[in-house]
Design a protein around this ligand. Sequence first.
Ligand code: ADP
Ligand code: MG
Length: 298
Amino acid sequence: METILTIENLNKRFGAVHAVKNVSLEIKKGNVYGILGPNGSGKSTTLGIVLNVVNKTSGEYRWFGGTMETHEALKKVGAIIERPNFYPYMTAQENLELVCKIKGASYNKVAEKLEVVGLLDRKDSKFRTFSLGMKQRLAIASALLNDPEILILDEPTNGLDPQGIRQIRDIIKTIASQGTTILLASHLLDEVEKVCSHVLVLRKGEILYSGKVDGMISNEGFFELQSENINELMSALQNHPAIEKMELEEGKLVVYLKSALEAKDINKYLVEKGIYLNHLVKRKHSLEEQFLQLTNKN
Ligand code: ADP
Ligand code: MG
């Protein structure tokens, strides 16, 4: 799969604040990536660096495999990192035509992109008459005018009512289904879970998790197990149908589930194989809980 953006060991310091710490991420064509983290975790700073509006302190990023200069590469990127700002007394159509002129896109893109965001019937309304949700949708249409390879959105649903949130999420899904790669920053676990295929979880600039969304939110939960002989324990569980994967962590075996399995059942299963546990804990949604706790502190 084609690589759109590679970030390697990126760091950003604002004086004493280490806002981004050794962040790495590889963005492949066609996926939807979320950067998830509470306020102040370094999401906007990371986006600002790759969009060349914030200077990095150290580390690297490469657009499209490093085959072109950043300013050339950014012509193939659509980004909304600030509150949408258009001319209030101009219509949606007029505002987007102006953007076409600046970006060198054809005017017939305007209707196509207004359609994508559900604003075609409001093309002749003045920008100042738009709700916040409509303004945000117009900004998305604007970012799409030059058919970018990737669309970057920073907190796209902030400040919107539930209906507005729903519309934006549906639009993002539609755009993704048409093959545009998406990178969005959000402090909402729910949003990332609903919209993204991959996620980078940040806390105080550091990566807590990086990978598929499915892997982060394991619905069935996981076990922490210990016995006298960990290898024996691992091989006993190797072919258990409910087990997704196993990892050794600090002397404990962490067993991730793909289907429901109760503590008493795994215990019985092991006893029947002559294995006696000295530690058995079942946990659920650990990262989700951790994430929500972090968010609530702010
Ligand atoms: P997020 O987007 O996840 O809310 P930010 O990237 O905006 O987080 O901020 C990360 C950290 O960097 C915060 O501690 C913030 O206060 C700090 N920060 C961001 N921009 C600046 C700046 N221009 N000057 C100083 N500190 C900044
Ligand atoms: Mg931010």
